[in-house]
Design a protein around this ligand. Structure first.
Ligand SMILES: *Cc1c(COP(=O)(O)O)cnc(C)c1O
Length: 462
């Protein structure tokens, strides 16, 4: 094997890791498509040349989410151990579908997921038989984990539908999310056959948290009208504004009405790993199931989500099948093809295992706390500069607006167009309480005060 290309790969990774290119691209689809015309897959291209071509495109024609001034959408800069893990997974390419094909990979994932489950309180440290009280698996991302949650909650509440389908039910199942919940639930409502109307959007309070009284009224009304409520989704770290729904209150309501409590902590779930932030997630330990993305605040490469539930039986019922061409497995192992949505499965969990092992719990908490501190630093600087913050969260997402911009009728998106064209930083906009505002998030562990100062200074000129 000619390994020269591998040396170049290492050099490119090294160079990019230290110096990501311009934050945002300035390119049209037409330019890229025209360029791609020369790749017609007819004449083979020498790998060294191909490598150069691909690097050029990746460097210049993507938003660089690894850049310390990408204040974006929960997309992290990956750790070095995550990049190494990805390379190892590609090289070894274990097939995880059956435990017996990849005992090492499966057990590494199980070990890591049990650690996560203990950190969020779904598994007690003394538990001698964890697989009897917990099912957990890595997913492609938060959407798949949320989708899994709805399927398992349905298997738990309406087991007869696994054989007979939804039409066997006398009452229409309905479930509840905050109106600011992630829109993956819209897709999921359609995909599980419940339909969008079965997804009840609960209004938020003035502080943008799910309004608990409204939730209670909606449940009561649905029951009175002959619907079958089965699930409430609380978000821990709303995508647009970072707020955490009142999880203990949601847990109490779910207990009262025997509903499944799912907590979507795709981004914010990582806060459980910081002793400072953990109290804000109180209630997560009462969840029936939890989503946490590993490719968000754990600083890992995409795609890596985690799904955890304290109902292994419902989980098994939701996914079990019989396939006589698959290898038979031993007892007490989670066999991914029998317990998850995917069949052939990539070794997703290695980057989480390696990153946690290399970083260590205490240092990982420091990384989380550093990002939180950078968020607080931005809040302080931007308010001092006359801007108004319109969200309230301990997590590093800041929504803000300026009364003068509003008075001048300047839309945030007009400002964003200018910023993107300069390619020096990346923030976004979102609508909260009917008003378009800016959104920034500290989503890179390498972001420093100097990067935040850069942003504040540039905003001072709009
Ligand atoms: C990002 C996000 C999701 C979706 O996760 P993906 O990994 O993008 O599939 C779900 N819920 C919340 C709250 C999110 O922030």
């Amino acid at each position: 094997m000619d390994t020269a290309i591998l040396q170049r790969l290492v050099a490119e990774i090294e160079a990019f890791y230290e110096h990501p290119s311009a934050v945002s691209p300035n390119v049209t689809a037409e330019t890229i498509r025209k360029h791609l015309q020369s790749f017609d897959f007819q004449q083979p291209i020498e790998l060294n040349n191909l490598f150069e071509e691909v690097c050029q495109m990746m460097r210049h024609w993507n938003v660089q989410i690894s850049h310390p001034r990408y204040f974006g959408l929960f997309n992290p800069a990956p750790t070095l151990s995550a990049i190494v893990a990805e390379a190892l997974v590609a090289a070894y390419n274990p097939q995880m579908a059956a435990w017996s094909h990849a005992p090492a990979a499966n057990e590494i994932e199980r070990h890591t997921l049990h650690y996560v489950a203990r950190k969020i309180g779904l598994l007690s440290p003394q538990e001698a038989r964890p697989s009897e009280v917990l099912a957990a698996n890595f997913t492609a991302g938060g959407s798949e984990a949320n989708h899994t949650a709805v399927l398992v909650a349905m298997a738990h509440h309406f087991p007869e539908t696994l054989e007979e389908g939804l039409l066997v039910l006398a009452k229409q199942p309905v479930f509840y999310v905050s109106e600011l919940a992630h829109n993956s639930f819209d897709k999921i409502a359609k995909h599980v056959g419940l339909g969008l109307r079965a997804l009840r959007a609960v209004p938020v309070d003035y502080d943008l948290k799910m309004d608990v009284e409204a939730l209670q009224m909606m449940i009561a009304q649905d029951i009175a009208q002959g619907f079958a409520p089965f699930m409430v989704v609380g978000t821990a770290g709303v995508t647009s504004c970072g707020v955490i729904d009142p999880l203990p209150a949601l847990a109490a309501i779910c207990q009262k009405h025997q509903l499944w409590l799912h907590i979507d902590g795709a981004w914010g779930g990582a806060a459980a790993f910081s002793p400072t932030l953990k109290p804000f997630l109180k209630g997560i330990e009462m969840a029936d199931s939890v989503t946490i993305d590993a490719h968000k605040w754990f600083n890992l490469t995409m795609g890596a989500g985690m799904f955890l539930t304290r109902h292994p039986q419902a989980n098994a019922n939701a996914f079990k099948v019989r396939a006589d061409y698959m290898p038979v497995s031993e007892e007490d192992v989670a066999v991914p093809y029998l317990t998850t949505m995917q069949w052939s499965r990539r070794f997703i969990g290695l980057k989480m295992f390696m990153t946690m092992a290399e970083t260590g719990e205490e240092n990982f908490a420091k990384i989380i706390d550093h990002q939180t501190a950078m968020g607080a630093y931005f809040r302080q600087k931007i308010t001092a500069a006359g801007w108004q913050i319109v969200n309230d969260t301990p997590l590093p997402v800041v929504n803000f607006t300026h009364p003068e911009l509003v008075a001048r009728g300047v839309a945030p998106d007009t400002v964003l167009e200018e910023l993107y064209a300069e390619q020096q930083l990346w923030i976004s906009s979102v609508t909260l309480r009917g008003q378009k505002v800016f959104r920034m998030c500290i989503t890179n562990f390498k972001t420093t005060e100097a990067d935040v100062d850069f942003l504040v200074e540039r905003l001072g000129k709009v």
